[in-house]
Design a protein around this ligand. Structure first.
Ligand SMILES: C[S@@+](CC[C@H](N)C(=O)[O-])C[C@H]1O[C@@H](n2cnc3c(N)ncnc32)[C@H](O)[C@@H]1O
Length: 230
């Protein structure tokens, strides 16, 4: 069982719309670099573009930079944005107005009752799992309600893809001196709750719900893609 996220937790405070102006520079300009998290923004955009479909649900949207840079595939049908916070929803909907997005404000760990089952061709969830609360230090097990909801809303054969930052078991992080410092600070501030998350647990949790599961790490980032069951 996962713990739902309360509205006043630190991730809600830092994602107020007026604070998002620094997000792209700090996260995508500075942190996604070889000296910090590892892969650069361009590499993550390329991964994102590979798996994005014409009928896409994005969970935890931030400023919408990845969708903006990747672009929707030709003949796009639907873009739906889901986030616990109003600021990222407004910012991203405005930035991506050319794709006429629809939005749902919902916690990633609560049931997505507004969304119909079995309809999306892809669901992306980039840099969200490491933000989800884990008060008892159970790691990925505390966050599996998200995976259950994704499995419910994807159509058979649909693609689930995403990425999350890991603290534990990451080789070479000491050669990226800023990564352990940022990871420790963000966990202390409760912006991240990823101390107990591992790539192995992520793979197990995905394999329990999806087919054709691929999980790997690049720097501090664990990336995955998987296919919804029929
Ligand atoms: C680190 S940002 C990632 C944004 C974007 N996907 C990216 O990669 O740049 C995390 C996003 O997840 C949202 N978020 C955090 N906790 C959430 C939760 N419990 N449920 C839904 N969204 C959440 C935040 O509002 C924010 O938009």
């Amino acid at each position: 069982m996962s713990s739902p996220t309360s509205a006043d937790r630190p991730t809600s405070r830092i994602y107020k719309r007026e604070r998002l102006s620094a997000y792209d520079r700090w996260v995508w300009g500075f942190s996604f670099q070889p000296w910090a998290w590892g892969p650069r923004a361009d590499r993550v955009v390329e991964f994102y573009r590979t798996h994005l479909s014409r009928d896409h649900l994005d969970v935890g949207v931030g400023t919408g930079l990845l969708l903006d840079r990747a672009g929707m595939p030709e003949g796009h049908e639907r873009l739906h944005l889901l986030d616990a916070n109003q600021g990222p929803l407004e910012e991203t909907a405005q930035r991506l107005a050319r794709f006429s997005p629809t939005i749902t404000r919902a916690d990633a760990l609560a049931p997505w009752t507004e969304l119909e089952p079995g309809t999306f061709a892809s669901v992306g969830c980039m840099n969200v799992v490491h933000c989800l609360p884990d008060p008892e230090g159970r790691g990925i097990e505390a966050k599996t309600a998200l995976l259950d909801s994704v499995a419910r809303v994807l159509r058979p054969g649909g693609r689930f893809f995403g990425a999350t930052l890991l603290d534990r078991g990451i080789a070479g992080k000491w050669r990226r001196p800023i990564a352990p410092l940022m990871m420790a600070a963000y966990n202390r501030l409760a912006w991240f709750s990823n101390r107990a998350d591992t790539a192995e647990d992520l793979e197990r949790a995905l394999a329990a719900r999806f087919d054709d599961v691929h999980v790997w790490t690049e720097g501090s980032l664990a990336l995955w893609y998987a296919t919804a069951r029929s």
